[in-house]
Design a protein around this ligand. Structure first.
Ligand code: MF3
Ligand code: CO
Length: 289
């Protein structure tokens, strides 16, 4: 059904369509005719939804800040799980990973050669020289936030530090390429090119995702999508940028005992930082980090 120019806009702003998302829709229609994949209207967050997602992200950020202040050699990844679970709930949220498709814990803790989806347990004790990704996701009043950070435990080798720093810097390269109505692959290629220039590889099979109304929404955000291709990044879209960067080969293997944890196939270390962003009229706004 097509909206009339004087009808109220679909975004719920209360404004007339012609003064609100009419031009936006025309722009996407034109890009679609030129062969681009364009986002469905349901991926464009309304003002109310954006406010809700930001409230959720406040909890996510606070939880990661807490982890950053307390993580150290000698603690178990199970203890990190306890911190995340109790602080999230104390702040009024629900840890999104718990029971998500059967995931057994409230946070993912991925150590050294673990690429992602590491499962906290009391026998995994952090030690000097480890690098670890702590991936926190929160549901608050039905809104989802998702971000992760790397932590270096004690004295970490220069090699591993450089890997961790590269993963972090790659996010800025990606962010710089988020432009309204540009294709997602521009962002992916910016990250991949940078990572390659440092002599590392990006994991091909796992990526970011739309996030906000559901934990995982469209689009899937891979880092091997060629520039000039992929879904158009329209203002109001909310997704994560979370490249997994390997020191060695890009190939990964899944733990067949727990069905979750992903490792580098060659045993080399892997690093990942994750941010959740909102596409704006001028570029990107970081929602969770
Ligand atoms: N941030 C991770 C993701 O985007 C969280 C996974 S939670 C899990 O997929 F439950 F799926 F492990
Ligand atoms: Co994510």
């Amino acid at each position: 059904m097509k909206l009339g120019r004087n009808d109220p806009c679909w975004c719920g702003s209360g404004q007339k369509y012609k003064k609100c998302h009419c031009e936006f829709d025309e722009k996407l229609e034109e890009l679609k005719e030129r062969g681009y994949t364009v986002p469905d209207t349901k991926l464009i967050k309304t003002k109310t939804q954006i406010e809700g997602i930001k409230e959720s992200a406040k909890i996510n950020i606070a939880v990661l800040d807490y982890v950053g202040e307390h993580i150290k050699a000698g603690i178990s990844t199970e203890e990190i799980n306890g911190w995340v679970d109790s602080l999230t709930r104390k702040l009024g949220g629900i840890p999104a990973p718990l029971n998500y498709e059967g995931f057994p814990k409230s946070v993912c803790t991925s150590l050294n050669d673990q690429v992602c989806h590491g499962i906290p347990d009391e026998n995994t004790i952090l030690k000097d020289g480890d690098i670890i990704n702590v991936d926190v996701s929160t549901i608050y009043k039905g809104y989802f936030s998702d971000s992760s950070r790397m932590f270096c435990i004690g004295n970490v080798s220069e090699d591993k530090k450089r890997l961790v720093e590269t993963a972090r810097e790659s996010l800025q390269k990606g962010l710089d390429a988020v432009k309204p109505f540009a294709p997602l692959g521009d962002m992916s290629a910016a990250i991949n090119d940078f990572v390659k220039s440092r002599g590392y590889t990006v994991v091909r099979e796992i990526g970011g995702h739309g996030c906000g109304i559901e934990f995982h929404e469209e689009p899937w955000v891979g880092y091997t999508i060629p520039s000039g291709t992929g879904m158009i990044m329209a203002p109001g879209m909310c997704f994560t940028i979370e490249p997994m960067i390997n020191m060695g080969k890009a190939d990964i293997v899944q733990d067949d005992e727990n069905g979750w944890t992903i490792y580098t196939e060659d045993g080399s270390p892997s690093a990942q930082w994750e941010i959740q962003i909102l596409v704006t009229e001028t570029g990107a706004e970081i929602i969770s980090y």
